[in-house]
Ligand binder design. Structure first.
Ligand code: ATP
Ligand code: MG
Length: 252
């Protein structure tokens, strides 16, 4: 089992609010880790630290290290745009660009010079849509707007867009909470497929989802990481009383 992301003494403040308190956690390569915990406990904040999206929030102040493949992404010589290219993110609400299905996937790889316009780009778009499990549904309508798709298809388009730049890590913040059960099942199956290539961190309020897809689960409460272990241990035999109370629905 290899560590992909090594978080050391991570603290985050929004102004004077201490939103993440001394988080230490090793996230494993080619595994799915679920972040669970009551609303406001810091799950999204933690996720955003992993691709430096909190840099975009003026009041946020981060201390500590997040070491990815041996390099602290908060080192001064690291540029956050390159971090965000390697660490992709999928949000709760599918957010395709107001562009065609094709351009949604092609935009970033062309912008970053990963492919040339034409056949090379076409192939990447096809490959990414196949990986996201969407190709068969959209191959005849690539010029249609991304927003013309259903919610579940839009979310898979956003996943295709994320993997088109060949990231190492995919962060997903409640990626299925706006979707119906069938789309949810498709995305969950997709996650299990994608973890062969990527390291995945997902926030979910759905305990069954965490149990179904996650290899590891981390339970957060009020900015603290309370317990982190194999998913089965967290759900069947948690060591901390707070974890047990939460997963059995006694609070949250
Ligand atoms: N941009 C911000 N500015 C100030 N405070 C913030 C900001 N974003 C989050 N917070 C605060 O930080 C804490 C953690 O918020 P966060 O969004 O990370 O929680 P969460 O666990 O993702 O919750 P939810 O399950 O509701 O999405 C909360 O108290 C929240 O009010
Ligand atoms: Mg959140």
């Amino acid at each position: 089992m290899k560590t992909k992301i090594n978080v050391e003494d991570l603290n985050l403040w929004y102004g004077s609010k201490h939103a993440l308190q001394n988080i230490n956690i090793d996230l494993h390569k080619n595994k799915i880790t679920a972040l669970i915990g009551p609303s406001g406990c810091g799950k999204s904040t933690f996720l955003r630290c992993i691709n430096r999206m909190n840099d975009l929030i003026g009041t946020a102040n981060v201390e500590g290290k997040i070491i990815i493949d041996g390099k602290n992404i908060y080192d001064k010589d690291v540029d956050e745009v390159s971090v965000r290219k390697k660490i992709g993110m999928v949000f709760q609400q599918p957010n395709p660009f107001p562009k065609s299905i094709y351009e949604n996937v092609a935009y970033a790889p062309l912008k970053h010079g990963l492919v040339k316009k034409g056949r090379e780009c076409d192939e990447l778009v096809e490959k990414s849509l196949i990986s996201a499990g969407l190709w068969e549904e959209v191959k005849d309508s690539l010029t249609h707007p991304g927003t013309s798709l259903s919610g579940g298809q839009q979310q898979r388009l956003c996943i295709a867009r994320t993997i088109a730049v060949e990231p190492d890590v995919i962060l997903m913040d409640e990626p299925t909470s706006a979707l119906d059960p069938i789309s949810t099942e498709k995305i969950e199956a997709l996650m299990l497929e994608l973890k062969k290539k990527y390291t995945i961190v997902i926030v979910t309020h759905n305990m069954q989802q965490a149990a179904r897809v996650a290899d590891y689960t981390a339970f957060f409460h009020l900015g603290d990481l309370i317990e982190y272990d194999e998913t089965e241990t967290i759900f069947v035999n948690p060591k901390k009383k707070k974890t047990e109370d939460y997963i059995t629905g006694r609070f949250g």
